[in-house]
Design a protein around this ligand. Structure first.
Ligand SMILES: NC(=O)c1ccc[n+]([C@@H]2O[C@H](COP(=O)([O-])OP(=O)(O)OC[C@H]3O[C@@H](n4cnc5c(N)ncnc54)[C@H](O)[C@@H]3O)[C@@H](O)[C@H]2O)c1
Length: 453
């Protein structure tokens, strides 16, 4: 198992070795747009969790264990040390505040953290649409995990950067063009402030995928001709509405099925494959055409206004074409398999056969110890914060999100959508205000009638 590497140069001995006085360092730290949230390698990481659902709680546990590299229970990576690990992790990395729209979600998450020995005080638990502001107002927090439904990500990221916090932002990072532009701007602001922003597109931290991408970039399957991305799976969870729930509560609790909250399935789930394609192509696509609809999940009360299948074709500047198939329907063949076809071979990113085969008989398959990319995300971000060497993935994550939005809009409208048009689109799902009341649901888009703007 890989160890989390602590940089042996602490802030105190850095000051000693470099001959800088405390007064000089203070002057530097007080200068505008210089690192404001930099912790030295031996300083604590204090985390605020915003969005305490399944992934937010998982990310918090990953972050805690990132300090010790002990992997948490129920992940499939269980070790006997897990509970002890969280305690050890607590010395260096702590969850100190939590915020969620709903108290029951927050308390369930808090209990899960408690189960591994991580106590979050009741007074640092905030509920409601402004919970994120209360978490961000806690001065000692130097790392926030943003894991609400993606609709809120641009707003929460902007506030986090303005408050001088490093951030882990779950994918996707927006649901519309306005949100994408906002995340890119927040990324720029974070750069000026020396803050780290890492994204939850975890394939980029999977050691096998990293090696395969490197080999493709080295030309081991020849020039890239095309890509095929398939994410063909069954239906997701659904929470039956309870009496007394407002429209807002019904939609928030089943956010996956409302495109203003999730971005639709191609943005919310398929972004992993799209992000992989952008990574391999080292570019974003120039245009997209697509088809899609809802064939099985048609009940508007249960399934809001999202599609249950998409097929999108993207063109990239290197003349490569990427074909995408995305589906969430039960009773069909299930598989996730992304492939890259080169002039001299074919590479597969399927988990169990990550590797390639060449026409001349040469082949390679990853045979090493597979890492846990969800944990690696936090290992790398925490190390970047402690070392004062910021990582900034805001633009990359925003571009992958926009690639998915461009495919969605191509399928919704039936039109060909260019990158420029997608980036400058007027689309903005922001509500005038956020409160538990009525929220009308937009009709299911009909290709040929729906207008992309
Ligand atoms: N990287 C991955 O593999 C991966 C896996 C699953 C989910 N995700 C992403 O993580 C995010 C969360 O997904 P999830 O599965 O945890 O969903 P979830 O429904 O379990 O959790 C979302 C939480 O956010 C809370 N919330 C909603 N609106 C809020 C607001 N305005 N302010 C504060 N809290 C709010 C909800 O009450 C809920 O507790 C999504 O963007 C999803 O796409 C990523």
């Amino acid at each position: 198992m890989k160890k989390f590497i602590q940089n042996p140069v602490t802030r105190r001995n850095f000051i000693k070795k470099s001959g800088l006085s405390i007064a000089t360092t203070t002057l530097v730290i007080n200068a505008p747009f210089i690192i404001t949230s930099h912790a030295a390698p031996d300083d604590p990481i204090k985390i605020g969790l915003i969005g305490c659902g399944g992934r937010g709680t998982g990310a918090a546990l990953d972050a805690v264990n990132a300090a010790t590299n002990v992997i948490y229970p129920d992940s499939g990576y269980h070790t006997e040390d897990a509970k002890e690990g969280a305690k050890v992790g607590a010395k260096n990395v702590q969850i100190v505040a939590m915020g969620d729209a709903f108290e029951d979600r927050l308390m369930a998450s808090r209990q899960q953290l408690q189960n591994v020995g991580m106590e979050v005080s009741r007074e640092n638990c905030f509920v409601g649409f402004d919970a994120y502001k209360k978490v961000l107002s806690i001065p000692e927090i130097n790392y926030v995990i943003l894991a609400t439904p993606p609709h809120f990500r641009p707003q929460h990221l902007r506030a986090a950067v303005e408050a001088g916090k490093n951030a882990f932002i779950e994918k996707p990072v927006a649901v519309d063009a306005a949100g994408v532009r906002s995340v890119i701007e927040s990324g720029e602001l974070a750069k000026q402030k020396g803050l780290t922003i890492g994204a939850g597109t975890q394939r980029r931290r999977d050691n096998a995928m990293r090696e395969l991408v490197q080999r493709i970039h080295n030309g081991e399957i020849g020039d890239i001709r095309s890509g095929v991305a398939r994410w063909l799976l069954g239906e997701l969870w659904y929470i039956a509405p309870q009496e007394g729930w407002s429209d807002m509560e019904k939609q928030l609790r089943n956010w996956e099925y409302f495109n203003w909250l999730s971005g639709d399935i191609i943005v919310e789930q398929f972004i992993h494959s799209i992000d992989l394609m952008n990574w391999v192509m080292q570019s974003t696509p120039t245009k997209a055409v697509g088809i899609g609809g809802r064939e099985v999940r048609t009940d508007p009360v249960l399934f809001g206004n999202v599609f249950d299948h998409f097929a999108v074709q993207y063109e990239y500047p290197n003349d490569a074409t990427v074909f995408c198939l995305d589906r969430q329907t039960n009773g069909c063949a299930n598989f996730i398999d992304d492939e890259i076809i080169g002039a001299n071979g074919r590479a597969s990113f399927a988990y169990i056969k990550t590797g390639y085969k060449n026409k001349d008989g040469k082949s390679w398959r990853f045979r090493g110890e597979r890492n846990n990319p969800y944990q690696e995300e936090h290992n790398e971000l925490i190390q970047a914060i402690r070392n004062g060497t910021p990582i900034n993935e805001a633009k990359q994550a925003a571009e992958s999100t926009l690639t998915a939005i461009m495919g969605r809009e191509a399928a919704y409208s039936g039109q060909e959508i260019t990158w420029e048009a997608a980036m400058h689109a007027k689309q903005d799902f922001t509500l005038p205000k956020y409160e538990f009341g009525s929220v009308p649901v937009a009709p299911v888009p009909v290709p040929g009638k729906y207008k992309f703007e």
